[in-house]
Design a protein. Structure first.
Length: 302
């Protein structure tokens, strides 16, 4: 243990900066989620789900509301054109914010049935949009609107960039949550956070091989999470996987060994890399958003 770090493998010392300050950027939130960094504008956007708003933090200025109402948005990312892509619990859809502010629906149904409550989303280099669809947003009125699932399952989907059609790429999850690609896009990592509501439910991250860039093969357990529930996940450029889990952020090397953990004062929901060199780890944790400089560079683009 060193300060706020639990060093399990000596290699973790090279992944972090032991004397870097742990900064609180914003507080007074209800459930902070879905951070996404805009390098071209040098600002961070995230969701405050129960408050039905999206927030924005700008260096030197601070935090303020970006959008309200926000359809109880959860996960956010950017597409290859730099546009904001959001998962909306309230509207049960994945949407895109155009440069002029208009909101375009990417996906809200599968074979005529409404999605549950899209949770997290990533965009591959070919423009394909991959997202998870657990039922958290329809379980209560706290993070969306209580309703029955029309699909009757919690799946992972891919939206084709040309046809716009949504296809199921994984249908054997209890509650699929955070997801991210490896730096070379040959792997897709997906968290299953079902233990949040079922003591015997899955609590791990699985890894799949990409087949033809559009479908998945395999699906072995990459890491069992023994402290907290796995939520948002991100890769750095060296292939290490960073996992938001309980009151900390776990770091795993590409083979699945746990290197260490960053302890956080609150339960962590999601993470993203940002800053001018993509070496800042932004952490959304219950009522607050934190920033920590690390010694690795985030793999996500743009």
């Amino acid at each position: 243990m060193f300060g706020q770090y639990d060093i399990i493998d000596r290699r973790f010392r090279d992944c972090v900066i032991l004397n870097a300050p742990f900064e609180k950027l914003c507080g007074d939130l209800l459930w902070a989620e879905g951070p996404v960094y805009f390098a071209d504008g040098d600002f961070l956007i995230w969701s405050d789900i129960p408050n039905d708003r999206m927030m924005r933090w700008i260096p030197g200025i601070g935090a303020g509301e970006y959008r309200r109402p926000a359809n109880f948005s959860n996960g956010n990312t950017r597409d290859r054109q730099g546009r904001l892509v959001s998962c909306e619990h309230g509207a049960r859809r994945v949407s895109r914010t155009e440069p002029d502010g208009r909101v375009t629906v990417i996906a809200d149904r599968y074979r005529g049935k409404r999605l549950n409550s899209p949770n997290d989303v990533v965009v591959k280099s070919d423009g394909g949009i991959w997202f998870t669809d657990p039922d958290y947003g329809i379980m209560t009125d706290y993070e969306g609107y209580k309703a029955e699932s029309e699909i009757g399952a919690c799946n992972v989907y891919r939206c084709d960039p040309r046809s716009g059609e949504a296809a199921i790429v994984a249908d054997d999850f209890a509650k699929p949550n955070g997801l991210c690609f490896s730096p070379d896009e040959t792997r897709l990592y997906i968290a299953d956070s079902a233990r949040s509501h079922d003591p015997k439910g899955p609590c791990h991250v699985r890894v799949f091989d990409l087949r033809d860039g559009q479908s998945l093969a395999g699906g072995r357990v990459f890491a069992e999470i023994d402290t907290g529930i796995p939520d948002g996940i991100r890769c750095d450029t060296e292939g290490n996987l960073w996992v938001a889990a309980g009151e900390g952020v776990n770091c795993y090397e590409p083979g699945g060994a746990l290197l260490g953990r960053i302890r956080v004062p609150e339960a962590v929901a999601n993470i993203t890399f940002g800053g001018p060199r993509r070496s800042c780890l932004f952490i959304t944790a219950t009522t607050s958003v934190y920033r920590l400089f690390v010694n690795r560079v985030g793999a996500q683009t743009p």
